[in-house]
Design a protein around this ligand. Structure first.
Ligand SMILES: [Zn+2]
Length: 427
């Protein structure tokens, strides 16, 4: 493997509390030097002047739809969408068809991603067989096959005793539980229960569905010692609970999705089913609370909840369309917007997309860092670059994003995995 010299970029590495202009030399797939003015010796050179150079992004929550729903996305197109967004490490959700509740599918996903060669794919297995909430899967076997975490994402087990056992097993195996914390009984509707659901006369999903599930998860984590990661936090009550459990020393972390940082329930009036997502877009007050929690560290990181669907599936009324939006492509622009509006620092932007999720997933200190000797997974992005998210450059098989054909600010120019350039923007 050749050498690579990244010159003149503004290097941001939260893991070393480092920010400043420096060159990075990559040799044999690893970072071998970070200092100013490294003299070139004939290696490939990337000019990163006026760009940010950071540890590549890590996503704890994405739907690659493979196997079973490959008309929406597959591991190859999903890998291309991930590196387009600066991600080299991705956790895939188990709501495939068949469900990823057995070691053979974990292995299939891992090996297919390896063959595609663009990202490090870490499949999550299901907590219960068929994600039906009735019978626990074989946690040890799933872990042995390469599952990095367990989740029934899309739903959550509703039998508390079963979930307690799941947490106990997960604690014994040191396996992370990720939870779609939203009780189905209180969230039978289609958008946030409130002003807009009243206006449209459509059933809503109550915010208490999320708060009660997080309270349940927090106390079960406390009594079992399990590590629990709350997926897609949407409501300010959830933020309050997360803070409470963290103060008690419970091993709980939380993520927010780009779409919940940018959009509110009001956007349902403009975009309809395109912005239907579970848990739903909530109010401007919730959006502000999520931003504040992300800035302060109550919410630990970003998860993209990348959820592709075909146009003919999304182009249905609110009560029939499936939930979800694309996530990889808009994650950096979402965070750049918060940075430009003064809510987060550049260091925090990199931390929530890279170092923090790498730590939650147990991938740090291999990933989420630019320390000398670690794999050269690096993202190079321009904070100021304006671009249009067109179908032509979209690597996903699906286009379900309200940001399609819109101008976005902040663009990934290079994604490097293990010293190899796996994405290069030619805009
Ligand atoms: Zn979910």
């Amino acid at each position: 493997m050749g050498k690579l010299l990244i010159r003149g970029g503004y290097v941001v590495d939260p893991s070393q509390n480092f920010e400043g202009i420096a060159d990075i030399l990559v040799e044999d797939g690893k970072i071998s030097k970070i200092e100013r003015n490294i003299p070139p010796t004939g290696e490939e050179i990337i000019d990163a002047c006026s760009m940010v150079v950071a540890p590549a992004f890590v996503d704890p929550h994405a739907h690659l739809r493979d196997p079973g729903f490959t008309h929406k996305e597959d591991i190859e197109s999903g890998s291309r969408a991930a590196v387009f967004g600066g991600f080299t490490a991705v956790v895939s959700m188990p709501n495939t068809n068949p469900e990823t509740d057995n070691p053979a599918l974990i292995e299939y996903q891992r090996l297919k991603a390896e063959r595609v060669g663009l990202i490090r794919l870490y499949p999550a297995g299901a907590i219960t067989r068929g994600r039906e909430g009735k019978e626990l899967t074989e946690f040890g076997t799933l872990k042995g096959a390469g599952a990095i975490a367990l989740t029934d994402d899309g739903t959550t087990p509703t039998d508390e005793a079963l979930l307690r056992t799941a947490f106990e097993w997960a604690a014994d195996l040191d396996l992370l539980i990720e939870d779609h914390a939203e009780l189905p009984s209180l969230s039978a509707g289609h958008i946030n229960e409130g002003k807009i659901s009243d206006l449209l006369g459509i059933a809503g999903r109550n915010r208490s569905a999320e708060a009660i599930a997080v309270a349940r998860d927090g106390y079960l984590a406390q009594i079992t010692g399990a590590k629990v990661h709350v997926q897609h936090i949407t409501a300010k009550e959830t933020v309050e609970l997360l803070k409470l459990f963290k103060e008690k020393g419970v091993r709980i972390t939380g993520e927010v999705n780009p779409n919940h940082l940018l959009l509110t329930e009001e956007d349902v009036l403009k975009y309809g089913s395109l912005v239907k997502v579970n848990p739903p877009l909530r109010t401007e007050g919730d959006r502000k609370a999520l931003i504040e929690a992300l800035a302060e560290g109550v919410i630990d990181c970003i998860g993209t909840d990348h959820a592709p669907h075909a146009p003919w599936e999304k182009d249905k009324p609110l009560d029939q369309a499936p939930p979800g939006m694309l996530g990889f492509q808009v994650a950096l622009p979402a965070l750049v917007r918060l940075y430009n509006e003064g809510y987060i620092t550049l260091k925090r932007l990199v931390e929530v997309l890279s170092t923090s999720p790498a730590k939650i997933l147990g991938l740090y200190p291999e990933l989420g860092t630019l320390k000398v000797g670690t794999p050269a997974d690096i993202v190079i992005f321009d904070l100021k670059h304006e671009w249009i998210f067109t179908e032509d450059i979209n690597p996903s098989k699906s286009t379900n994003s309200p940001f399609l054909n819109q101008k976005l600010v902040g663009k990934v120019f290079y994604t490097i995995k293990g010293g190899e350039v796996v994405y290069r923007y030619r805009g």
